[in-house]
Design a protein around this ligand. Structure first.
Ligand SMILES: [Zn+2]
Length: 109
């Protein structure tokens, strides 16, 4: 399962503070060389208000060096679990019901 690009997530974007609170990990895929990579919140520096898009803007592929080919997203089940746990149902991404339906480990509370 791959993460959708962060642009698929409704605003407001996830912030570093929310990634830390989850915790929610970040998935990065380079479409230039097809290299996937995963990051934990503690891999990033910055204050809690930094958004996922701002984190993405800092990144560069360690293999091919490109910046413009990166798809950056959160790990879907971790993000959905965080939003449901904190009651932010209006921020649930469009795929939440389809991928994590009622009865799934990350289903409706
Ligand atoms: Zn690359």
């Amino acid at each position: 399962m791959t993460s959708p690009p962060s642009s698929d997530l409704p605003d407001p974007q996830p912030t570093l503070g929310e990634l830390r609170a989850g915790p929610v990990n970040v998935h990065v895929n380079c479409t230039g060389c097809r290299r996937p990579h995963w990051f934990k919140p503690e891999d990033f520096r910055g204050d809690d208000s930094v958004t996922l898009d701002e984190l993405a803007a800092r990144m560069r592929c360690t293999r091919c060096g490109r910046k413009d080919q990166l798809e950056v997203g959160v790990i879907p089940e971790q993000w959905v679990r965080y939003l449901r746990r904190t009651g932010q149902f209006d921020r649930l991404p469009e795929y939440a019901e389809r991928w994590f339906p009622p009865g799934s480990p990350y289903g409706w509370p």
